[in-house]
Design a protein around this ligand. Structure first.
Ligand SMILES: *Cc1c(COP(=O)(O)O)cnc(C)c1O
Length: 358
């Protein structure tokens, strides 16, 4: 066994891998821990021609996604989820083996740091300020010698949207030095905040998108990188030859048909309505100390007795995600917005717990 460790790269032996909601597991019937949609697409596809390799970058998906995101078709790369996008960008732009670095600004999505570690690229951590905005002075300083900054917008797990003006400032300082990667995994929940239209203007801006969240297709594994053509062409050299399987391609096309986009937008409106309802109900619960205003399909709360709250919900079959181990999030739990019925059950269980505490 340990001989194998000598053969493996030492940073992989040392690596603590990403702990996905699925790996954490749990038992229950209300799953609110992975920001999945309560509604999926009922696919009508029958898959044919599986003896043939798929199109490497299916044209029809590119055309549909270009129309949906109002950008040009040569500004898009289809990936196996946004997670592959993160990996590809680091692999394409960073010198491996401890020479280069990325910047991440926690509390945020963990995969930026983990993907960097896999390539032995340093992850420079510049925590957000107490108001949730970016530490621009420090970022400006470190950007002189970093290749990429990852910014999640709206941010997972807090749900807030970092100021557009800070992003523009960062794009300007980094213009000839670094890429600014904006992770828009949750952008459909606040579409007016998308920065996709800016890729036309800024050669160092990259945007990550996915079908996993608002489109309700986490099981499909399909995402997108949006950037100018020069960046997209570099990424083309690195991506696997056939990353998108034929069934994925067929279903992604179906999901991007305009009638299904309208369905998705209706589901997003319902989820945003439920989130606003939860926000006001959670504020009334006495062991809830703070409810973070969210623009995504989840809501973060800070509570007293975090472990007990988590356990109680779990006993009642409601699985959420504890975020207490993250920078500045002691006592925080993240709750995905489920169906309207699930939201009502959640509030009722929390109220019961509140009576038990008294
Ligand atoms: C869920 C999530 C992803 C991963 O998306 P996939 O397309 O499912 O790989 C990326 N970034 C953030 C911020 C996420 O929350």
């Amino acid at each position: 066994m340990l001989v194998i460790y000598k053969i493996a790269r030492s940073n992989i032996v040392k690596l603590t891998p990403y702990l996905s909601a699925r790996k954490l597991g749990g038992t229950g019937d209300i799953w609110l821990n992975a920001n999945e949609s309560p509604n999926g697409l009922d696919s009508k596809m029958i898959h044919k021609n599986l003896n043939r390799y798929p199109e490497p970058q299916p044209k029809q998906i590119i055309l549909n996604y270009a129309r949906y995101s109002k950008i040009r078709k040569n500004q898009i790369l289809i990936t196996r989820g946004a997670d592959e996008g993160i990996d590809l960008i680091i692999k394409t732009f960073c010198e491996l083996g401890g020479k280069d670095s990325i910047i991440s600004c926690p509390p945020t999505y963990d995969m930026y740091g983990i993907s960097a570690q896999i390539y032995d690229v340093e992850n420079r951590i510049i925590p957000m300020l107490p108001d949730g905005q970016l530490n621009l002075k420090k970022i400006q300083h470190y950007l002189k010698t970093s290749k990429i900054i990852f910014i999640c917008r709206p941010n997972n797990p807090t749900g807030h949207v970092i100021n557009k003006s800070s992003i523009i400032d960062i794009i300007h300082y980094a213009v000839d030095k670094a890429l600014i990667v904006i992770d828009e995994a949750y952008i459909e929940f606040c579409m007016q905040d998308s920065l996709a239209s800016l890729i036309e203007m800024y050669p160092n801006l990259v945007i990550l998108r996915t079908l996993s969240k608002a489109f309700g297709l986490a099981g499909l594994r399909c995402g997108f990188i949006l950037a100018n053509e020069v960046i997209i062409n570099l990424l083309h050299k690195v991506i696997a030859p056939y990353p998108i399987s034929t069934p994925v391609s067929d279903i992604a096309n179906e999901a991007l048909h305009h009638t299904n986009i309208i369905k998705m937008q209706n589901i997003v409106s319902k989820i945003n309505f439920s989130r606003n309802y939860l926000y006001s109900e959670l504020k009334k619960i006495d062991f809830v100390q703070h409810v973070f205003p969210s623009h995504a399909n989840f809501i973060l709360i800070r509570v007293l007795k975090v472990q007990q709250v988590f356990q109680y919900l779990s006993q009642k079959g409601i699985i959420i995600r504890n975020q207490s181990d993250k920078v500045n999030l002691q006592g925080c739990l993240r709750i995905s917005i489920g169906s309207q019925k699930e939201c009502l059950q959640l509030i009722s269980v929390l109220k019961k717990f509140s009576r038990i505490l008294k």
